[in-house]
Design a protein around this ligand. Structure first.
Ligand code: GLU
Length: 460
């Protein structure tokens, strides 16, 4: 039975990298009919914050990552960690180290000068504490093997070999009695019967330590898989500069969870050249074998494209609800009437995210604000009598938005102009710029009264 976990530390927002790890772990479990566990690693009491924890849970729920067990919290499992530390002490796999901070720093500096590495073996490794140590503070260190190798059989990277002689006698219990990350993670993965640990490759160096501790505790190690890192489009390590902010910010920007989920799952995983995957498909297709060994690139442009594709798939009603929720803009009245419904459909096709919608519709929802460039290049050249004629042509005919282009042609011929000269002028007068939808759609959405009113404002 497959059991995976996502183990965020609540010391910051849930970022793109963490969310990718969560999705890989989640879909791996779902693909194999397994269980997905959420564990909050809040052992760093000074940096862990409740608000980050809440935001991580909220972001995961929004993304559609549903945990079957947990959230467990490491702060509530301190007894289990201390018991494991005691077990390692009893079996001789850990020892009490009475080095003071000053002694430690001195030894590290000496080791650095001698070997170029700050790595030390505490003298307490082979020394029994005597009467003078009675009551003095000590840290508990794991006795790292001196010889041999530890091989991480990684599900993505393949075998990675570590020399044991390069390992540190790492601290598992601090002198104040609190357990460290390395101990807690090992105890939790064992107690929670995790079968697959999928995480970022920044943890690869921790894995030999964790494997050795698991062995010393007599446990069966999970299978590890480390995901290569995520870069920005410029191939530098992904950072805020690339727009890689908290996952929840994407929700607030008006991205759809399915779009972000889709963009993230493709960071290192692929299935042929398919780009869009539904939740159901991912539950059937995701595999570690199809994960690449090289870094992947997160590109907000691509996310926008994906989001646009998902927006197109929504029904008009769904699109309206999404825009209301994400951009606080209620467009439900646009569904009532044929002309505005058509406009809404073109906006749905061209918007990449909810926040794109208000500016695309500002001319329709409010007053026309003429773009200064259009004012200079188009309206300055436009003669009032052309527009007066357009108005009278519109008035003459039975109201039919599709005849707009016909009218522009007639007026252009009458004044020996090119048709676009008339059409562009009318477009600017009705919408304020030249980036608006097809003329028949603009005219149809505004309706006769508004069209004539906007044109007459120019000729008055
Ligand atoms: N708490 C660790 C982190 O947020 C993850 C530990 C793990 O996945 O083993 O980086």
């Amino acid at each position: 039975m497959v059991k995976t976990r996502f183990a965020p530390s609540p010391t910051g927002h849930l970022h793109v990298g963490g969310a990718r790890t969560a999705l890989f772990s989640y879909y791996y479990a779902k693909r194999h009919g397994g269980t997905f566990v959420l564990r909050i690693e809040d052992t760093d009491f000074a940096r862990s914050k409740k608000e980050y924890e809440d935001e991580i849970l909220k972001s995961l729920k929004w993304l559609g990552v549903h945990w079957d067990e947990g959230p467990y919290k490491q702060s509530e499992r301190q007894e289990q960690y201390r018991a494991a530390a005691q077990k390692l002490l009893n079996s001789g796999n850990a020892y009490k180290c009475y080095l003071t901070t000053e002694e430690l720093e001195k030894m590290r500096a000496e080791a650095q000068a001698k070997t170029g590495q700050p790595r030390i073996r505490s003298p307490w490794r082979d020394r029994k504490p005597g009467a003078s140590e009675e009551g003095k503070p000590f840290a508990l260190r794991f006795r790292y093997p001196d010889v041999g190798q530890t091989v991480v059989q990684d599900g993505i990277l393949g075998d990675v070999t570590f020399e044991n002689s390069e390992g540190d006698d790492l601290i598992i219990l601090r002198s104040d009695g609190t357990p460290t990350y390395q101990l807690s993670v090992v105890v939790d993965d064992l107690d929670m019967k995790i079968t697959h640990v999928i995480r970022g490759d920044d943890h690869l160096n921790n894995t030999p330590k964790q494997l050795l501790m698991i062995k010393a505790l007599g446990g069966t190690p999970p299978q590890y898989a480390h995901c290569p890192m995520i870069l920005g489009p410029d191939k530098a390590k992904l950072s805020k500069r690339h727009g890689a902010v908290s996952v929840y910010m994407y929700a607030e920007e008006g991205f759809l969870p399915e779009a972000l989920r889709n963009a993230l799952i493709r960071l290192g995983w692929s299935h042929g050249d398919q780009e869009l995957f539904s939740d159901e498909e991912l539950k059937q297709l995701f595999s570690l074998e199809a994960c690449g060994k090289s870094p992947s690139v997160f590109d907000v442009q691509k996310l926008s494209w994906i989001n646009g594709e998902y927006l197109k798939q929504k029904s008009p009603q769904e699109f309206v609800s999404f825009v209301k929720e994400s951009a606080s803009l209620d467009l439900s009245s646009m569904l009532q009437e044929e002309g505005s419904k058509k406009l809404l459909e073109t906006v749905q096709r061209s918007a990449h995210k909810a926040k794109d919608v208000p500016p695309l519709l500002s001319w329709y929802l409010g007053e026309v604000k003429v773009d200064p460039v259009c004012q200079e290049k188009i309206l300055k050249e436009t003669q009032k009598e052309w527009i007066v004629t357009v108005v009278s042509e519109f008035e003459k005919q039975v109201w039919n938005p599709d005849s707009a282009v016909e009218i522009f042609k007639n007026v252009a011929t009458q004044y020996s102009l090119k048709m676009p000269q008339v059409a562009k002028a009318v477009r600017v007068l009705l919408t304020g710029n030249l980036q608006s939808p097809d003329m028949a759609i603009v005219v149809g959405a505004l309706g006769k009264e508004k069209v004539l009113k906007r044109l007459r404002q120019f000729t008055a």
